[in-house]
Design a protein around this ligand. Structure first.
Ligand code: GLC
Length: 635
């Protein structure tokens, strides 16, 4: 069957420079004040003519070009990328001529922009780093080796096929508990199984598998089978009837996790899935379906295997997931209304409402679905229109109402309340007295971020790393906002990165607030676990966002910190303390996504082309917000 093109139809590259097929454009925006000649010279030094075809205003200069607005464009040929026939779509099947490539990444110049990283970008196709899958000299090499070997142990097979990775293999914990139960005459394997059961980390979590899958796909010779098996198995689980007590969940809900176990009666391996019924608080994982769609795009982009995404069952699976989010209701906002604990933070932490993590993942998944759904399919036509409308509405809403920087904070501080009608400036009737004290100190003059939640009379001003990074990768953040987020991370390094990257949320809830918001959760005490703990898995997200914004030094600094401790500490799930100094109170060791978060970060730093597996380019057709500009925007 010859695959048909999958294109992102709303993409608009009409203002791009003419570039040959099979090219990637990197744009570096240079501030007015920058001495252009110097940068041009540097570029000439890093460009490698055999792999780059670069246009320039200057006929002699084959290395790149500066636009009128001081944007420097580089065209790059890469052999194994996939591209577009129209607009900025980046998923197009190979056509026998090597496939069409036309995709745009924005690398914004900043003081920390490293030319070395761009050199790599130009020289290496997606996949291996050209350095033996991330291996380099010294201790980092052995740490990478160790990470790969730990990842190899984490694979779970189902009827002879790898289908995912286990959340954690905490052998020390297991050994300890095993010796406690030694007198039992149960077979050792059963004991291990029951120990893992106690630990409740013997499952393949959909969200946890995402960085495992990326590591598999970013290798020189990708291990794509496990990713494909995972996508198909979870799709199969989506088809199950999902009941909690007498209530049936929506058809599109994807499991939070599944496990493989041996059914002694039927004498065969069976799958058991959790759709929230076994989770703390019994909340369905809203993020799972989004991660699934995003991973399907990464898989397709890396492998060019369009036959998977084009399967009618897969096309239907995508629609079912998004149907849960696009159906009509009482909503007045385009954002998704969620229960507490419906994502990575899967316990009560006051993220109910419209949490940024879910909104950013929703946006990312909508944009990926636009690339994956076949427009000619009769069921997809109307659906794609709904997707388009939601993308526009969602980006407007988030870019306008979630964005916070110094100027915006000052505006909110001076808000009037009780404004009725559509002319209201304070649209959600936020009472300025609800601005927490810490925020006035925390907010730098340079930088900004998307706050945690916006709903009537409620702004959750906390910083959440995952939502902000996903906003950057999906281009939910404008280029200026993306830059400002990275500025904030630099400005507030101690608070957000500390001694062990990275804070999942800042700041922690304490005292009475902890009491009322978490329900006195002893696992989420201040600066621990989800409540201001530090999670190494988030390293891959920071790294991807850093590369995308042209600030790889930020990621490199964080990686150095991780390399000092993570392996020695046994790859814990999370760290505790205001600066993340202590291994988490109840952290599992050999947590798979701590291992893969590091691997993926390294694989991207060593070959920034790998970023393309988890990053979308800007869609210029999405209407721009009308926002007041602040210092952090005028860069
Ligand atoms: C914890 C985390 C959750 C993760 C799971 C497996 O429950 O909160 O995000 O998916 O462990 O690692």
């Amino acid at each position: 069957m010859s695959p048909t093109p999958v294109t992102e139809t709303s993409g608009d590259d009409s203002d791009q420079k003419t570039s040959p097929e099979n090219t990637i454009q990197l744009k570096i925006e240079i501030p007015e004040t920058e001495p252009l000649e110097t940068l041009r010279d540097v570029w000439n030094g890093v460009v490698n003519p055999p792999v780059c075809s670069i246009k320039s205003e200057n006929a002699d200069d084959k290395s790149g070009s500066f636009d009128k607005d001081n944007t420097f464009s580089i065209s790059e040929s890469i052999t194994n990328s996939v591209g577009a026939e129209n607009g900025d779509s980046d998923l197009v099947p190979e056509n026998g001529n090597g496939g069409g490539v036309k995709t745009t990444s924005l690398l914004k110049h900043s003081p920390s922009l490293g030319m070395g990283i761009l050199e790599d970008f130009l020289e290496v196709p997606i996949g291996g780093s050209g350095k033996n899958d991330g291996l380099e000299n010294g201790s980092a090499t052995s740490m990478m080796d160790e990470a790969w070997s730990q990842l190899a142990k984490a694979f779970i097979a189902y009827r002879g096929q790898p289908v995912g990775t286990i959340a954690a293999i905490d052998t020390k914990e297991s050994d300890k508990k095993e010796s406690d139960t030694k007198e039992s005459d149960t077979k050792q394997s059963d004991t291990k199984e029951s120990v893992k059961e106690i630990l409740n980390y013997n499952q393949v979590f959909v969200r946890d598998f995402f960085p495992s899958a990326l590591a598999c796909l970013m290798k020189t010779n990708p291990d794509s089978d496990v990713v494909k098996n995972f996508l198909l198995k979870t799709l199969h689980l989506q088809g199950w009837e999902k009941r909690i007590d007498n209530f049936t969940l929506g058809e599109g809900v994807m499991p939070a996790s599944f496990k493989v176990f041996h059914d002694p009666v039927r004498q065969k391996e069976v799958l058991q899935a959790d759709f929230g019924g076994s989770a703390i608080g019994r909340v369905a994982p809203v993020d799972s379906g989004f991660w699934w769609i995003i991973l399907l795009r990464s898989y397709t982009k890396r492998t060019h295997d369009y036959s998977l995404s084009e399967l009618p069952e897969v096309q239907r699976g995508i629609r079912l997931i998004l149907n849960l989010c696009l159906s009509d209701g009482f909503d007045t906002f385009p954002t998704l209304l969620c229960a507490d604990g419906c994502s990575m933070i899967d316990r009560r932490m006051g993220i109910y409402g419209y949490p940024i993590e879910i909104q950013a993942l929703f946006f990312f998944a909508l944009r990926c679905a636009k690339q994956l759904l076949k427009p000619e399919h009769v069921d997809n036509k109307e659906f794609l229109k709904r997707i388009d409308k939601r993308i526009t509405a969602l980006s407007y809403h988030i870019q306008n109402y979630y964005w916070l920087d110094f100027t915006q904070l000052n505006n909110i501080y001076r808000y009037k309340t009780e404004e009725y009608s559509h002319t209201a400036v304070n649209k959600f009737n936020v009472i300025p007295e609800s601005i927490p004290e810490w925020l006035f100190e925390f907010m730098p003059l340079r930088g900004g971020y998307f706050i945690g939640n916006v709903s009537p009379a409620r702004m959750d001003f906390r910083w959440f790393l995952l939502g902000n990074c996903i906003a950057i990768l999906s281009c939910l953040a404008t280029p200026a906002q993306a830059t400002a987020v990275m500025d904030l991370i630099e400005e507030r390094w101690e608070a957000l990165i500390g001694e062990m990257p990275l804070k999942i949320v800042y700041p922690a809830l304490e005292g009475h607030e902890w009491n009322t918001v978490t329900g006195c959760d002893p696992k989420n005490t201040r600066w621990s676990y989800h409540n201001g703990g530090s999670w190494p898995v988030l390293l891959w997200l920071l790294t991807a966002a850093s590369i995308k914004t042209g600030r790889p030094q930020i990621a490199k600094r964080a990686i150095e910190l991780v390399e000092q401790r993570l392996e020695k500490d046994g790859w814990p799930e999370y760290y505790d303390g205001i600066s993340g100094r202590y291994v988490g109170k109840q952290a599992r060791k050999f947590q798979t996504w701590s291992i893969t978060g590091y691997l993926v970060a390294k694989l991207m730093i060593e070959n920034p082309s790998n970023l393309l597996l988890v990053s979308l380019e800007e869609d210029k057709k999405i209407s721009k917000p009308k926002l007041t500009r602040s210092t952090s925007w005028t860069c």
